[in-house]
Ligand binder design. Structure first.
Ligand SMILES: CC(C)(COP(=O)(O)OP(=O)(O)OC[C@H]1O[C@@H](n2cnc3c(N)ncnc32)[C@H](O)[C@@H]1OP(=O)(O)O)[C@@H](O)C(=O)NCCC(=O)NCCS
Length: 156
């Protein structure tokens, strides 16, 4: 059974390093905002083993208060089973419920763009390179609480 847990960053550093910083020093898997009080880390865990992770940090986007999704990764042999989607859902729910609500963005690796698009994210930049990680696109999703998605006075 797969469990989804909010975890301290130390639980996910090893997976982050393997999937996203392979060949680089271990410290490269640490992000500046990892220990900020508002930062949240989630893990997908099978029999005590972390097989997926994602982090959410408060990071403005072009002057607008926003959350940045970082470090999304699922171990290769567990990919395409919906685990990334479950982790993504947790970040989006957090952004709906916590100030500043509504805006989430990320720098998506080119090969992961389809994953985010599948969940309603939009590309908002040209392709750009991050030297240690290759081609990326900046992507964004605006989220609204479910009760705000219907016209006032017309609850469903
Ligand atoms: C991107 C990643 C997190 C997706 O996790 P996952 O658990 O495989 O994703 P899911 O199984 O929830 O995928 C849901 C849907 O997203 C789409 N999708 C998933 N991975 C995709 C990819 N690499 N390219 C295009 N579409 C993708 C598919 O439509 C998939 O549904 P399907 O399998 O029914 O076709 C995972 O592939 C991964 O860790 N990749 C390596 C590290 C990485 O690139 N991380 C992203 C950094 S920005």
């Amino acid at each position: 059974m797969i469990e989804y847990q909010e975890v301290p960053v130390d639980r996910i550093l090893c997976l982050r390093h393997k999937l996203l910083r392979d060949g680089l020093p271990a410290e490269s898997a640490r992000f500046e905002a990892d220990d900020d009080p508002q930062t949240v880390h989630w893990a997908a865990v099978v029999n005590g083993r972390v097989i997926g992770c994602v982090s959410l940090v408060l990071q403005a986007l072009e002057g607008q208060p926003a959350w940045q999704l970082r470090g999304m990764a699922v171990l290769q042999e567990f990919q395409r089973r919906g685990i990334g989607s479950q982790l993504l859902r947790r970040t989006e729910e957090h952004v709906i419920r916590h100030a500043p609500p509504g805006l989430i963005w990320c720098n998506a690796r080119e090969q992961a763009v389809g994953f985010y698009q599948r969940h309603g994210w939009k590309i908002i930049s040209d392709r750009f390179d991050i030297p240690t990680a290759g081609a990326h696109y900046r992507m964004l999703k605006r989220l609204v609480p479910a009760h705000e998605s219907y016209p006032p006075g017309n609850p469903v």
